[in-house]
Design a protein around this ligand. Structure first.
Ligand SMILES: [Zn+2]
Length: 47
């Protein structure tokens, strides 16, 4: 299994699945393309 995060976009509410290897990069929402780490990101672990 690969570790990943569920991040709820603070702008549009879409849940983005971000691989753990990319979490240190500038993650952007797949829908609205805005930064997931501005505002109040909601990060959840999945397995
Ligand atoms: Zn978004």
């Amino acid at each position: 299994m690969s570790e990943a995060f569920h991040i709820v976009c603070p702008h549009c509410g879409v849940v983005n699945r971000i691989p753990a290897a990319r979490i240190s990069e500038q993650a952007k929402c797949g829908k609205c393309h805005r930064s997931l780490f501005s505002g109040h990101p909601n990060v959840r672990f999945i397995s």
